[in-house]
Design a protein around this ligand. Structure first.
Ligand SMILES: CC(C)(COP(=O)(O)OP(=O)(O)OC[C@H]1O[C@@H](n2cnc3c(N)ncnc32)[C@H](O)[C@@H]1OP(=O)(O)O)[C@@H](O)C(=O)NCCC(=O)NCCS
Length: 388
């Protein structure tokens, strides 16, 4: 019976939805052939060179860059939401000390909804407010989860710092250098949105049931957690650490090629040239390395990149460094431990996820694809005592 139904419909299964367009979006354009990324028509290179994460978030949520008054307003509101509810702060201490940071974050983002009076409201105004609460909340939560894990006193948010600088201040308990603050802001701008990647699609599927923004972003965090998505930055850094020294890059690379190992942070499903974000983050990483007592990690990465790019294997397959290759180095030099790298991604991408929830709710259609059934033909139920 099932076979007949399937034959009538002649369904075509596209595994992984590769190459399938499932919706329209006005939020970001990924131009993989030319190595360009645009947020609502603006090239990320211009946004990174001239703007801030706050401006980028405004652009993603409202569809336009803010004027001065709008910019001041969004900055003030984001600052307000840096302060987390007291009861939520108490909850942070209740998870076991060794809880994986992204697991803790998924839990607390979900919990934050309980203190948000507009959490269940899917109107545009409420969702814009929730987007701000979530964007500030995730940064404060990340800093606090780290302080608890390392048994250090909590650091209160500052009112005089921008989003990126305040995050580093709350994380480390001291003012970052201007280069570190700029690198952090760049990182946040560059990871903020990237089409229908797995976590964004997850957020949209959840939102399409008319569920709320907190549920959508909690689900997105679950999707991001997987090593095929948010885990590549950590894997890239661990790879540089495994190489250990600039002198070891060449023998390591030769062995990796013999063993057919993948170089972490290289290759991309969409970009068939240099990922534009990688180019920028490379320069941010270089600047941080020059100030650091551990410049070798940048040297290792650059040497490995040169070896890969000049090797026919990578040239034939059009494999280039992706965002996570130098993103890993930027967050390393910012003093973030590797187990937090996936949440660092979320710290930025939360703005994109929120924009996608708003866009989904503005013109909703339940996302409900079909699966081609290939299981057993219909068969009679066998009572328990008669089963062998
Ligand atoms: C990102 C990634 C999953 C994209 O994969 P994809 O578009 O599905 O490409 P494929 O896995 O089909 O790879 C195409 C070819 O390039 C090779 N390849 C891809 N990435 C490679 C890498 N990092 N190192 C070595 N070879 C790689 C594959 O082995 C394959 O070779 P083949 O044609 O001989 O079989 C892949 O490049 C990868 O695993 N990169 C490393 C992990 C990473 O950096 N992820 C972060 C992405 S932002």
């Amino acid at each position: 019976m099932n076979k007949q139904v399937q034959q009538k419909e002649t369904p075509k299964v596209v595994k992984g939805l590769e190459g399938i367009y499932v919706a329209t979006t006005e939020i970001s354009l990924v131009d993989g052939e030319n190595g360009r990324l645009y947020y609502r028509g603006y090239d990320i290179r211009e946004l990174e060179a001239n703007g801030t994460y706050e401006e980028t978030a405004h652009l993603l949520w409202y569809g336009k860059l803010p004027n001065k008054k709008e910019y001041d307003t969004i900055c003030k509101r984001l600052i307000n939401y840096r302060f987390l509810p007291d009861n939520l702060l108490q909850m942070l201490h209740l998870l076991p000390q060794g809880t994986v940071p992204i697991t803790a974050m998924r839990t607390f983002i979900s919990a934050l909804a309980a203190w948000d009076p507009w959490a269940e409201d899917n109107s545009r105004d409420a969702e814009l407010e929730n987007a701000m609460r979530l964007t500030s909340g995730i940064a404060s939560l990340l800093a606090k989860i780290h302080r608890i894990r390392t048994r250090q006193p909590m650091v209160e948010p500052r009112l005089d710092l921008n989003h990126a600088t305040n995050f580093l201040y709350m994380f480390h308990g001291k003012d970052p250098s201007p280069e570190a603050a700029k690198a952090m802001d760049s990182f946040l701008i560059l990871y903020a949105d990237h089409g229908f990647n797995a976590s964004t699609f997850t957020a949209r599927v959840t939102a399409s049931t008319l569920s709320d923004m907190y549920s959508a972003i909690t689900a997105a965090l679950g999707a991001l957690k997987g090593p095929l998505h948010g885990g590549a930055m950590e894997a890239a850094m661990r790879q540089f650490q495994e190489i250990g020294s600039p002198e070891n890059v060449e023998p390591w690379f030769r062995k990796a090629m013999e063993e057919k190992r993948r170089i972490m942070g290289i290759g991309h499903r969409v970009y068939k040239t240099f990922d534009p974000r990688a180019r920028i983050l490379k320069e941010r990483a270089r600047a941080l390395a020059e100030q650091s007592s551990e410049p070798q990690w940048f040297e290792i990465a650059e040497k490995l990149e040169q070896l890969a790019l000049s090797h026919p294997y990578f040239q034939e397959r059009r494999l280039y460094p992706n965002v996570d290759y130098y993103g890993a180095l930027v967050v390393y030099y910012l003093g973030i431990p590797p187990e937090f790298y996936t949440i660092m991604f979320a710290l930025s991408r939360v703005a994109g996820w929120a924009a996608h929830v708003i866009e989904q709710h503005a013109d909703n259609r339940l996302i409900r694809p079909r699966a081609l059934y290939v299981g057993p033909e219909p068969r009679p139920y066998v009572p328990l005592e008669e089963r062998s």
